[in-house]
Write a protein that binds this ligand. Structure first.
Ligand code: DUC
Ligand code: ZN
Ligand code: ZN
Ligand code: ZN
Length: 475
């Protein structure tokens, strides 16, 4: 046989094309595309189903060390297993710098956490929490070694940076051509609102949303844009939740400022009401930051996905079990919203939700779907063209879609979290088979991969084109 594996009768989609073909795979890479190609040692008949590049989740949190009793439910084994079962073949989680720690220590700690456990390929963004003089000197070397992106927080007491610190880091992003990611929420406004709510004894989960309204995101988004403009370095604004933040991004692009933007499933499928309409604690399940907004904002986010305002679509998977002293009930207790760990799981459901409600419901072209979930994250984070496309020479990271109606149920998911915020949502399609470098890692409900098979990806500089106005590209 000529190939290790041939996928016959694929309806392939990339960010720019759709075509019917057979896909010849050799040594983990795509070796030939065409109709009637030679035989493989193994053959899979896709029977005309959609075949897309494996998903790249450019924003997820796994096994981050956090103060006890809290602990993330997913480590690199359960997290990557869940990702693979949802059609994702590459993840870029975060290596968090603790205060006083060098970036080198932070990154090597994460290698230890991932190395023997990851089932799919991975890189690390750094999270910089302490940009001391030594850290500013050390950062360029780490970028050269393939950690070509880092995240900066404008909120969270233990993570937040001030504007001066952000400018120092953006200056390095500019000279080293790294991708700077920004979590844009105004910390002082959130703290002031939180204290006011606490004085009013408004502490149940639903008040989390009241403590961080759109205004605090809008302000920080505009400030992040200003800092980006001042430093002359493009930024990726992560987890954009609705219209007012989107308006700032559109404004920036109309000024000729290159701003990239990410959104996530929670801003399409959840609303503030999911945090509760009364004081019941169940709403803690959907506590994440920024919080989900309202139905109107969901429609604006859909519009931004279709018209090019958004560059990428990621999960922001942050895995805390609900009924757990390590998760949403710290120490076993129902706590005031201030102390509920922020984040929801979503690695496994990201692609099926966007494919069903975006592509099959006619809101997005299949090409735009591929761009948002795979090609653009590959370009933004220096993995393209090895990852993020179907092309000769690219890694054989592929999804064969199955258009069987089904319902999301946590019992069918492969993460270690005890709930999904998307329980009961219907799907028109889901990944039926996932290949990671030519190996089947998921097939019809069952994980087929192997622990430790994932490889660390040394990444290059971003290769996204500058964006100067929404809709001027990506369509
Ligand atoms: N918000 C974050 O900033 N990070 C993790 C999860 C969340 O909700
Ligand atoms: Zn052979
Ligand atoms: Zn964030
Ligand atoms: Zn996050």
């Amino acid at each position: 046989h000529t190939f290790d594996l041939v996928i016959r009768n694929a309806h392939a989609a990339t960010a720019s094309d759709t075509f019917k073909c057979d896909i010849g795979i050799q040594d983990g890479r795509i070796a030939q595309l065409g109709l009637g190609i030679a035989s493989g040692s193994k053959e899979i008949d896709a029977q005309g189903a959609w075949v897309t590049p494996g998903g790249i989740d450019g924003h997820c949190h796994l096994d981050e060390p956090i103060p006890p009793p809290l602990r993330m439910a997913d480590n690199f084994e359960t997290g990557t297993r869940s990702a693979a079962c949802g059609g994702t073949t590459t993840i870029i989680p975060f290596a968090v710098q603790r205060k006083g720690q060098s970036l080198r220590e932070a990154v090597s700690n994460y290698h230890d956490r991932a190395q023997d456990l990851a089932c799919i390929d991975y890189g690390f963004h750094m999270i910089i929490t302490d940009p001391s003089e030594q850290v500013l000197q050390e950062l360029p070397g780490l970028i050269d070694e393939g950690y070509t992106s880092f995240k900066m927080y404008m909120t969270y007491e233990d993570m937040k940076l001030n504007d001066h610190q952000i400018l120092d880091l953006l200056d390095i992003a500019r000279t080293k051509n790294a991708m700077a990611m920004v979590h844009a929420e105004n910390a002082d406004c959130i703290e002031w609102l939180t204290r006011r709510l606490e004085h009013q004894e408004r502490i149940s989960p639903r008040y989390h949303a009241h403590s961080r309204p759109m205004l605090v995101e809008r302000e920080a988004t505009h400030r992040a844009i200003s800092l980006s403009e001042l430093a002359g370095a493009p930024i990726m604004i992560v987890h954009v939740s609705g219209k007012e933040a989107m308006d700032q991004i559109r404004w920036a692009r109309n000024q000729g400022i290159t701003i990239y933007a990410e959104t996530c499933p929670q801003y399409l499928f959840l609303t503030e009401q999911d945090l509760g309409c009364d004081d019941r604690y169940e709403g803690a399940r959907c506590v994440c930051s920024p919080p989900p907004r309202d139905k109107n904002n969901q429609q604006f986010v859909w519009q931004g996905l279709s018209d090019g305002l958004f560059t990428i679509f990621s999960s922001d998977h942050a895995p805390f079990s609900y009924d757990s002293p390590e998760g949403k009930k710290p120490g076993g207790k129902q706590v005031p919203f201030r102390r509920i760990p922020n984040g929801i799981p979503g690695l496994e459901t990201r692609l099926a939700l966007l494919f069903s409600y975006g592509v099959l419901d006619g809101r997005l072209s299949i090409n735009r779907f591929v761009e948002l979930t795979s090609t653009n994250p590959a370009k933004a984070y220096g993995l393209h063209p090895r990852k993020g496309t179907i092309a000769i020479g690219a890694d054989a990271d592929l999804v064969i879609w199955s258009e069987d109606p089904q319902t999301i149920q946590n019992i069918n998911l492969h993460h270690a979290v005890d709930y999904t915020p998307y329980e009961g949502i219907g799907l028109r399609a889901a990944p039926g088979l996932t290949l990671s470098r030519g190996q089947i890692v998921y097939e019809h409900g069952t994980f087929k991969g192997a622990v430790g098979q994932g490889q660390f990806l040394r990444r290059t500089a971003p290769t996204l084109q500058p964006i100067h106005s929404p809709g001027s590209e990506n369509q």
